[in-house]
Design a binder for this molecule. Structure first.
Ligand code: KMT
Ligand code: NI
Length: 172
């Protein structure tokens, strides 16, 4: 995606557009799987059993439905990392998860109904709704959920989870 963002809810393509393969995304530890919403119950059950997700809740992001909408939209779009994986299944609607690639360039991932996306702990990322302003996502977690975002600065570069992530993704 382009470095400059005028409207975070737009596609923000580079000019000319560039595309990133799922293979490339898996190199930075991003996991993607499509589970059609007709198979949502069994599909998610299977993934949760396989991956050890034993907690789930739901979030609806929309101007009318989410309390403190403006504030939340702003904080989701601040570049941050977490000490745990961020696993999200899109039950309805769509949105953009932006992640940093190995060269620290932003890659925009459009996530639509039926998409399961797992961003690894320690990856720098951000989220925004798209121009439809509606996503209903299921959040999956292992253990007691911790959603704390650490906004990127010199301190987050030094966090052990960041070192672990960088070590894994560079094979160092
Ligand atoms: C996060 O931690 O950035 C989020 O939960 C984004 C919203 S999930 C569609
Ligand atoms: Ni996050």
């Amino acid at each position: 995606m382009s470095d400059e963002v005028d409207d975070q809810r737009s596609e923000c393509h580079k000019c000319p557009p560039e595309h990133c393969s799922l293979e490339k995304l898996s190199e930075v530890g991003v996991f993607y799987r499509h589970i059609p919403t007709q198979n949502k119950t069994e599909g998610l059950e299977k993934v949760c059993a396989q991956q050890g997700y034993d907690y789930r809740d739901e979030i609806v992001i929309n101007r009318e439905k989410l309390p403190n909408y403006e504030e939340k939209i702003k904080s989701f779009f601040e570049e941050h990392l977490h000490t745990d994986d961020e696993a999200r299944y899109v039950a309805e609607g769509s949105g953009y998860f932006d992640v940093r690639d190995k060269q620290d360039r932003w890659v925009r991932i459009l996530s639509e109904e039926g998409d399961l996306l797992v961003l690894p702990a320690g990856i720098y990322h951000r989220f925004t709704v798209d121009s439809n302003d509606f996503i209903h996502a299921i959040r999956l977690f292992k253990g007691v959920p911790v959603w704390t975002p650490y906004n990127r600065d010199e301190q987050t570069d030094k966090m052990s989870i960041r070192h672990e992530y960088v070590g894994k993704s560079t094979g160092a």
